[in-house]
Unconditional design. Structure first.
Length: 143
């Protein structure tokens, strides 16, 4: 039917939440996760975690950020490499990529390149989000 949510595990939930709120997301729900049910779902023992669900107004898919307090996860040192196997990146369509890049630069975002053109109809660039995940801004020419 549709993608319900995308989940990203982070070490610092308040910082990651602030990052995505600055991109224009709004909080749809947040809370704590623990108990037998989450242990069974994850296959882990003694899960204690906090999460926040974020979305853009009028869209169905949530971005869920989760911080595991117990058991703690490990950091993949290659997460910021575009060719790393697994989760690669999440892309955001924007109306004005130049304006968004300028806004993110004032917040000290790390960009992997300047804005690039892909064909005649798309401008894009990658930048790093919380925990080093790769994010993309994409602007498509108006038809």
């Amino acid at each position: 039917m549709h993608i319900d949510h995308i989940n990203i595990s982070v070490r610092d939930l308040p910082s990651a939440k602030a990052f995505f709120l600055n991109l224009g997301f709004a909080i749809t729900k947040e809370g704590r996760l623990e108990g037998e049910w989450i242990d069974k779902v994850t296959g882990l023992s003694g899960v204690k975690a906090a999460y926040v669900a974020l979305s853009f107004s009028g869209h169905e898919t949530d971005l869920e950020l989760i911080q595991y307090f117990s058991p703690e996860g490990s950091v993949d040192p290659s997460i910021s490499r575009p060719n790393q196997i697994g989760f690669r990146h999440m892309a955001f369509a924007v109306d004005n990529i130049e304006m968004m890049v300028a806004k993110l630069r004032t917040k000290k975002a790390t960009f992997l390149s300047d804005i690039q053109k892909y064909g005649e109809k798309k401008k894009l660039c990658y930048f790093l989000g919380p925990e080093g995940i790769i994010l993309e801004l994409a602007e498509y020419a108006k038809e």
